[in-house]
Write a protein that binds this ligand. Structure first.
Ligand code: ZN
Length: 520
């Protein structure tokens, strides 16, 4: 007997063997056990997670010599024919290649005949690919299904299936299989096959399979062939599949976050020299920066702990907004690489650009400082030690508009009165400045409301934000006072009004002048 690919050899033959879809297996087994058999099932979910395998299991459960039974014997002729794909009672149609009305018409004819066993099971894979006419013909059958027919429709894109069909099916949503489960399954298959598979290598394969068990087993096949029977370690996986190891990603990423473009390019070259293609490198960057963002948000339940561990200290180097912007630029690179005449150049330029990005500034900040206090998004390459505090450095040199406002007011009214501003939150709102005090600091508000202070406040505000800027002083219940007047803290997020259209135009203008990007 020739070599059988692992995905086929280890295709589950019992409901109990389904990996990661226990909820579906149990529901189906219970229903079949109680004799409650639907005429049409719809299986949705990503590719390679067990949809058609489960469809075949239903066929077996219904048609086994002992059937309908939740535990088909796998030994009778009916079961064995289904396992080998030779059962006349199971019809598998690929909706992607047999999508026309003729196929569905011939199907209509075929279902007239009685099955040899209990049911004729029609499995239509990728059912959303059928043409409209074929859908309508299918609908006719589903409206009055012959008693001996069971349909199992499978799709990766349920939203493309007609609602009239959806409503006639019992629906099961298959989930992506968690990395940990795939890893364990790979290890167990490897044991049975006498393949020496490292646990960390299994993890790499599982991550790569992206929730699909079939893909995971195909990858194991591929890597096993590459290893020529030897032990499978992570390095073998990386080389066989042209993947970028996490450690290498961390090197490139830290060059980017430490704003060292030269080093980033050197790491890129090293990867290319070791035989990685640019597409895989870009993909690895996107995947890992995305994971970093998840780590940053604490959304790590789906991530293997090895990855969380490796990325978490590292994620401190960037803000969420920075990561979003990096991902935005990398995703664009990913799609452009395919068509680029000089992909390597483009990759290098992107890395340089990423390494020169300043921290993200909010739209409010951008608007408040449209004057000279806004630094360019990208700074020129300098020989100074690369650091993370570019944003800070900028603030040291140039005061933010709010800081200038406070300084001007203090100059005109003296330190004592000036210090009162430290207790207020500052909100910029359509040509006026609102100073908000917590209720318990009403005295401070009262002092500032004196005519001479209001005048000084408005004079200072007009110097910073333009002629006739009004200043309003309000009290807010139950809000602790701002301890410190800083660009970030003075603004109460909840009170931040949405930017108006005029403001957005202004933002666009600023962005254009700096080749900057709006990331939402
Ligand atoms: Zn059987």
């Amino acid at each position: 007997m020739g070599y059988k690919v692992l995905a086929l050899k280890y295709r589950p033959q019992r409901f109990e063997e389904l990996v990661g879809q226990e909820h579906i297996a149990r529901t189906l087994q219970n229903a079949i056990g109680m004799g409650r058999i639907a005429h049409a099932y719809l299986f949705t979910g990503p590719r390679g997670v067990g949809k058609t395998t489960t469809a075949r299991l239903i066929a077996k459960a219904l048609n086994c010599r002992n059937g309908p039974t939740p535990t088909p014997c796998n030994e009778c002729n009916f079961c064995r024919d289904i396992t080998s794909g030779n059962s006349p009672d199971v019809l598998e149609i690929d909706g992607a290649s047999n999508r026309g009305i003729d196929e569905v018409r011939s199907l209509q004819e075929k279902i007239q005949y009685l099955p040899q066993s209990n049911y004729r099971v029609i499995i239509i894979d990728e059912v959303h690919m059928l043409t409209k006419e074929a859908f309508n013909a299918l609908l006719k059958v589903l409206e009055e299904p012959p008693k001996h027919i069971v349909f199992v429709l499978a799709t990766t894109e349920p939203h493309k299936v007609l609602p009239t069909i959806l409503s006639r099916c019992q629906r099961f949503d298959f989930r992506r299989i968690p990395v940990q489960l795939i890893k364990e399954h790979l290890l167990s298959v490897a044991r049975r096959e006498n393949i020496e598979l490292d646990e960390s290598a299994a993890l790499e394969l599982a991550i790569r399979a992206d929730g699909g068990l079939r893909d995971a087993l195909s990858l194991l096949d591929q890597v096993f062939a590459f290893a020529v029977g030897g032990r499978i370690e992570p390095a073998i996986v990386y080389n066989a599949l042209g993947l970028v190891p996490l450690s290498e990603f961390i090197q490139i990423a830290s060059s980017i976050l430490n704003k060292n473009p030269l080093q980033a390019i050197q790491h890129l070259n090293a990867l290319v020299d070791s035989g990685r293609d640019l597409t895989s490198i870009a993909e690895s960057l996107v995947t890992n920066f995305h994971n970093m963002l998840l780590v940053k948000l604490g959304a790590t339940s789906e991530l293997p702990h090895e990855i969380v561990e490796n990325l978490s200290s590292f994620a401190q180097l960037a803000t969420k907004e920075d990561l979003l912007r990096i991902l935005f630029i990398l995703s664009r690179l990913q799609s452009e690489l395919k068509y680029s005449l000089k992909p390597k150049y483009q990759f290098e330029q992107t890395l340089i650009r990423l390494a020169l990005l300043d921290s993200v500034i909010s739209i409010r900040e951008l608007l408040a400082g449209e004057d000279k206090s806004i630094a360019c998004e990208e700074k020129p390459v300098t020989s100074e030690t690369p650091g993370l505090s570019t944003e800070k450095k900028r603030e040291e040199v140039v005061q933010s508009p709010k800081e200038r406002f406070c300084a001007l007011f203090e100059q005109s009214r003296g330190q004592g009165i000036g210090a009162i501003l430290e207790h207020a939150s500052l909100i910029i709102d359509e040509g006026r400045i609102i100073l908000e005090f917590p209720e318990e600091q009403e005295t401070m508000a009262t002092i500032l409301r004196r005519q001479e202070n209001i005048k000084a406040l408005e004079r200072s505000a007009s110097l910073v934000w333009g002629e006739n800027t009004k200043v309003e002083i309000i009290l807010k219940k139950g809000v602790p006072g701002a301890k410190q007047v800083s660009a970030e803290k003075m603004e109460t997020k909840a009170n931040e009004p949405e930017p108006s259209k005029a403001e957005m135009d202004k933002v666009k203008r600023i962005l254009e002048s700096f080749d900057a990007t709006l990331i939402g």
